[in-house]
Design a protein around this ligand. Structure first.
Ligand code: GSH
Length: 210
């Protein structure tokens, strides 16, 4: 398989973690977001949305949207499973995944931040407040729910799709200087996950285009 990725893309980071947890080898195809390569004709032919990641499967088919890719990996790959067996627990994991991937990440995407600056005249301080606001709303809810579900990871001691999505979002939060002192449960889970090889190998700094 080939993963179209950018080292700092948190959506691509999710897929890198899952591929590593599943022990699936892949080639890394860098697409530089800062140079706008996601809008090149070559990339748009692969993913008309012009967003990372995209995963090229062994037969040449392309999959876009990180959560769809994660679900496909989960359904088509052997263990370890990244979702619990119990349907209610699976729903809870997906609830945390949606908090991050639907309610935090889309509001803080590169194109959204660029739009705030270029079209709405926001300055750096405005953009920072915007970023922190949406992260804080999501992280406060996650912090509270983790108190009931966490072990070493978000749900017990084994990584699930919740950790796969949380760790890149927290990486981003540190990068954008979000105050993190209000989220001790989140910090504890992140510290553990980052000590695992699958997470460490997926980190932005460990990528060929870093
Ligand atoms: N919902 C999409 C979001 C993908 C996304 O927003 N990717 C970002 C990088 S994290 C991107 O490609 N941004 C490029 C841009 O905004 O132009 C997914 O989960 O795959």
């Amino acid at each position: 398989m080939k993963l179209y990725s950018y080292h700092r893309s948190s959506a691509a980071y999710r897929v890198r973690i899952a591929l590593n947890l599943k022990g699936l080898p892949y080639d890394y195809a860098p697409v530089n977001l800062l140079r706008g390569e996601q809008q090149s004709g070559a990339y748009l032919a692969r993913n008309p949305q012009g967003l990372l990641p995209a995963l090229e499967l062994e037969g040449g088919e392309l999959l876009a949207q990180s959560v769809a890719i994660l679900e496909w990996l989960e359904e088509s790959s052997p263990p370890p499973s990244l979702l619990p067996g119990d349907p209610l627990q699976r729903a809870r994991v997906r609830s945390l995944v949606n908090n991050i991937t639907c309610d935090i990440h889309p509001l803080n995407n590169l194109s959204v931040m660029n739009y705030l600056r270029a079209e709405l005249g926001a300055d750096d301080d405005d953009v920072h407040r915007w970023y922190c606001n949406w992260v804080d709303r999501g992280f406060r809810a996650i912090e509270q729910s983790l108190a009931a579900t966490m072990g070493d990871c978000c749900f017990g001691d084994e990584p699930t799709l919740a950790d796969v999505c949380l760790i890149p979002q927290v990486y981003n939060a540190y990068r954008f200087k979000v105050p993190m002192e209000h989220y001790p449960n989140i910090r504890q889970v992140v510290q553990h996950c980052n000590s695992l090889e699958a997470f460490a190998r997926a980190a932005p700094e460990a990528q060929p285009d870093a």
